[in-house]
Design a protein around this ligand. Structure first.
Ligand code: XIL
Length: 302
């Protein structure tokens, strides 16, 4: 039978995974990675605390190991992420106003320039909207530099690598009825209308008991695509096990397949034991590296 990547390629899509540099030497891990996936996202190695631990000192060692591993094997890389309220180094907390604004845009420019030509898609800005019913921006140091910080970041990223697909990435944007979904839709519509360079919305897709795959998931993907951007499912995991979990993974894959501009799916880790989630079994391979029912369900749906 085909691999996940081969099955996705039949409809012009990709199938990716988050990867951590420290596990590339694990032969089971690397074996599954190299066989099944054609897109790779560094799980933490491109975040701001990793790439600029001190102001002006850029460190790309760990991220480069992942990028090199992927590109040497003909895989593409999703860059994750340039600007996020979390994963920030201490020095950023001591800045504000125009100094923070300049440092923020310098970070975008330097990191995107370092990887120019090697990154398929960048998550330029991650999780900039608040949860709950307000639809407002999340309060963060970046947000306090002015409401236009997101578009400034996208413009800087475009200038530094005109060939990369530029994404806005968030969670709780899977349900059309959610205020955050509507707020991101409004932002993307506004950006497209004003010529802000955005190409894609990343829908994280972390699903759990309290956050099931919503009935209108496919409709939400269609709403984003209708604005003239690609949709990428960027961090998929689904808590649960067995046939129920498999059915949820199948529904996610079917939703992507039903939307022409859904460009691909990335799962947030390879084996259950690689997951960021404290408990549970949210991925496609078990701790021994064997494919689960959810794997077969996704493969069949692609
Ligand atoms: C997570 C990683 O998986 C963890 O290893 C790390 O400790 C924290 O970040 N949304 C995102 C990802 O955009 O960057 C997060 O990744 C998971 C939630």
């Amino acid at each position: 039978s085909p691999t996940l990547a081969e099955a996705a390629q039949r409809t012009g899509r990709y199938f990716g995974t988050a990867v951590t540099a420290g596990k590339l030497a694990d032969p089971v891990y690397a074996g599954i990675l190299d066989r099944e996936f054609d897109v790779v996202t560094p799980e933490n190695e491109m975040k701001l605390d990793a790439t600029q631990p001190q102001q002006g000192r850029f460190v790309f060692t760990a991220a480069d190991r992942i990028v090199d591993h992927a590109l040497q094997r003909g895989k593409r890389v999703r860059g994750h992420t340039l600007l996020w309220h979390s994963g920030q180094p201490g020095w950023l907390n001591n800045l504000g106003g125009t100094a923070l604004r300049a440092a923020m845009l310098d970070h975008v420019t330097q990191v995107v320039a370092h990887y120019r030509g090697r990154i398929h898609s960048w998550d330029v800005v991650n999780e900039a909207f608040a949860d709950g019913t307000t639809g407002r921006r999340r309060d963060s140091n970046f947000q306090r530099t002015g409401d236009d910080w997101i578009e400034a970041a996208f413009r800087a990223a475009r200038a530094a690598d005109p060939g990369a697909t530029l994404c806005y990435n968030d969670y709780n944007v899977e349900d059309r009825a959610h205020a955050k979904t509507q707020a991101v839709l409004r932002m993307v519509r506004d950006f497209k209308a004003r010529g802000v360079p955005i190409d894609c919305v990343g829908v994280q897709s972390h699903f759990a008991g309290g956050n099931p795959v919503p009935a209108d998931f496919e409709a939400t993907l269609r709403d984003f695509a209708a604005l003239g951007v690609d949709v990428q499912l960027t961090e998929l995991d689904v808590e649960g096990s067995g046939a129920t979990q498999a059915q949820n993974f199948r529904r996610v894959a079917q939703a992507c397949l039903a939307v022409p501009r859904c460009a691909g799916i990335t799962v947030w880790g390879i084996r259950d034991t690689d997951s960021w989630r404290a408990s549970g079994t949210p991925l496609l391979f078990d701790g021994a590296g064997d494919p689960k029912p959810a794997y077969h369900a996704v493969l069949h749906a692609l």
